[in-house]
Design a protein around this ligand. Structure first.
Ligand SMILES: [Zn+2]
Ligand SMILES: [Zn+2]
Length: 282
């Protein structure tokens, strides 16, 4: 049985939000990592990936796999600042097009075009390995069994259900549980995907006061995520992809309210509101 470590490097949605109101939860955009033995799976490359790069630059034995859920800015923008890619010959496995069969597209490196970033991919000394054929099999052979799950999100996005040994981690960010547009996934299907997960990480960007303006923008209400975690009976529920306007104090209040609701309902779900530096080991 492997030790599985899940680390949170960027927990914010939409745009980085540094400043005195966000110091405790952090202002960097989406990035988490899952480490087993000497392999690190990086999910999304928002600005949080910069600190991750600094943390692992001195660990050349760690094999790197980078997977993105979709190509919105907050999921790709940190990649050019991920310092391991500037280490000569360091292997970096990338799966930029898991959900676009037969099309080689990489929003991670396409942004390094000279116009948006000064260094171009041919100047990068690491060894990019683009896995375009059977990427899921490749990941599985490295210990990460991953299932793509379609999310409800404008422009399309995918979540990942990851199985490692008998543990289940669902990384479902940028998902609108009840959108006004045609759904890619119904709530009952989503609930079954999450059923008994050891860790469910889910988009929880909005609160009721954000509605109706932001209905259809591709994100879920915190209250909907609480209900999802409860009905799917997950063990650890991580509210993720916080709104850039949500202050530390706002998030504290949401955590308190969610904890109270779960307790009152007799639920055994353990709630966390993701913050930079959160580590969960299972
Ligand atoms: Zn996002
Ligand atoms: Zn998005």
């Amino acid at each position: 049985m492997k030790n599985i470590h899940v680390d949170f490097w960027g927990v914010r949605g939409s745009v980085p939000s540094p400043g005195p109101a966000t110091t405790r939860y952090g202002g960097n955009t989406s990035c988490i990592s899952i480490t087993i033995n000497n392999k690190i799976l990086i999910l999304d490359a928002g600005t949080g990936i910069r600190n991750l790069g600094s943390a692992i630059i001195g660990q050349p034995e760690l094999e790197i796999f980078v997977v993105v859920t979709h190509s919105h800015w907050d999921h790709i923008q940190g990649f050019p600042f991920f310092t391991p890619i500037y280490q000569p010959d360091r292997p970096v496995h990338m799966f930029p097009t898991l959900h676009k069969k037969n099309v080689v597209l990489s929003s991670l490196i396409d942004q390094m075009d000279g116009a948006h970033f000064p260094i171009t991919p041919d100047q990068v000394p690491s060894n990019f390995n683009f896995v375009t054929e059977n990427p899921l099999e490749f990941l599985e052979s490295n210990g990460f069994h991953m299932e793509l799950v379609p999310m409800n999100h404008p422009g399309k996005a995918f979540g990942y259900k990851i199985k490692i040994d008998d543990k289940i981690i669902c990384y479902f960010t940028d998902n609108e549980i009840d959108p006004p547009y045609e759904k890619s996934i119904e709530l009952d299907v989503l609930t079954e995907k999450c059923r008994n997960a050891d860790i469910l990480i889910h988009d929880a960007q909005y609160i009721e006061a954000d509605m109706p303006l932001k209905h259809g923008w591709g994100h879920s209400l915190i209250s909907q995520v609480t209900k999802l975690g409860e009905s799917a009976e997950v063990k650890n529920l991580v509210y993720y992809h916080h709104d850039p306007e949500r202050s530390d104090d706002d998030i504290d209040a949401e955590l308190e309210a969610a904890s109270k609701t779960l307790k009152e309902n007799g639920s055994s779900v353990r709630p966390y509101f993701a913050y930079e530096g959160l580590k969960l080991s299972i």
